[in-house]
Design a protein around this ligand. Structure first.
Ligand code: TPP
Length: 322
């Protein structure tokens, strides 16, 4: 867990603070600084056949599901050998062979897709589950509610994971919804709704873990609200001037990485030297991946239509019918 938290933080920091400013990333850069524990604590417990539908701040889910750092940097730097073949520079990436379905930019629309995935998983009867991630702003969209209702009625094995990071772009939660905890919305649809400290990776692990076990046992969906804070602007171009400094200071003390480090040190699972070595190894891996991506070619214009339609080798034609 500590490795995935750290590698996510290091990679996203380079993307936001170095590569974007060097002009190597064109377009928006959305990172999940401060909320890494949500993706890590959830995806790390998935098994073969489970599916994850990450949001735009869930870098770690991609790594945990088998994307390499090199692939991810190639995508951010719009290179031909990135998963989206140089067409996009964010984490709008998916791969059916790794059971990762990309986010749909129209926020909320990924939730009905998660229901479709849940229907397939239920029919296959292998006890697999789908995790779908989204922000608190997204919960104000109708699609999310329709999906939660459908999942509850059909007892679909879908875990709805809300990263409540306090701001939807520049809109604070009190200007957006009138309940104290979004988790109460679970009950409205007939599914468990739980709020958890989203900066405590072990708490996320255990809460999402219980929801996963419930879904595997055929008891249907759950809604998990992970309370966290976005320790940066909405995007790299946004200085977050609308966020009071005191909030950054308060949430810095709850940083998910230092919290896990402290717990591991206190319980003597790791010592300081091992943590320093891990930091160095993570930096080295990120350096290598960036260098490899930087040396990769940009796409050729003639390849622009490749993979847009289902060619002979597309995953869908190769997918098993059951
Ligand atoms: C339907 C829709 N409306 C607006 C946008 C523009 N937009 C992209 S991210 C974002 C903020 C979403 O906030 P939230 O769901 O809380 O997620 P967060 O970015 O805070 O993780 C907005 C408004 C969009 N992509 N889709």
């Amino acid at each position: 867990m500590l490795y995935y938290l750290k590698v996510t933080r290091e990679a996203e920091t380079r993307i936001e603070h170095v590569l974007y400013r060097q002009g190597k990333i064109v377009g928006g850069v959305y990172v999940g600084r401060g909320q890494e524990a949500i993706g890590v604590g959830s995806a790390i417990q998935l098994i073969d056949g489970d599916v994850v539908l990450p949001s735009h701040r869930d870098f770690s889910s991609f790594l945990i599901r088998g994307f390499t750092l090199r692939e991810i940097f190639c995508n951010w730097m719009a290179r031909a050998n990135g998963p989206s073949r140089g067409r996009d520079n964010t984490l709008h990436i998916g791969d059916m062979s790794r059971n990762v379905i990309p986010i749909i930019s129209h926020l909320g629309d990924t939730c009905p897709v998660a229901c479709g995935v849940g229907m397939v998983l239920k029919w296959r009867k292998k006890g697999n589950v789908a995790l779908v991630h989204f922000g608190e702003g997204t919960t104000s969209r109708g699609d999310v509610h329709e999906a939660m209702n459908m999942a509850a009625v059909m007892k679909l094995p879908v875990i709805f994971i809300c990263n409540n990071n306090a701001y939807a772009y520049s809109t604070p939660t009190e200007k957006q919804y009138a309940v104290k905890d979004l988790a109460v919305r679970g009950a409205a649809y007939g599914m468990p709704g739980v709020s958890v400290d989203g900066n405590d990776v072990l708490a996320v692990y255990s809460t999402v873990g219980k929801a996963i076990q419930r879904a595997r046992a055929g008891h249907g969906p759950s809604f998990v609200e992970c309370k966290t804070f976005r320790m940066t602007g909405h995007s790299a171009h946004d200085g977050a001037e609308y966020v009071p400094e005191r909030l950054f200071a308060r949430w810095k003390k709850k940083d998910p990485i230092s919290r896990l480090e402290k717990a591991l040190l206190a319980r003597k699972v790791l010592n300081r030297k091992q943590i320093d070595d891990l930091d160095e190894e993570v930096r080295r891996q990120v350096d290598d991946a960036i260098a490899q991506a930087d040396a990769s070619p940009f796409p050729e214009g003639a390849d622009a239509l490749k993979g847009v339609y289902c060619d002979a080798d597309c995953w869908w034609k190769k997918a098993p019918s059951k």
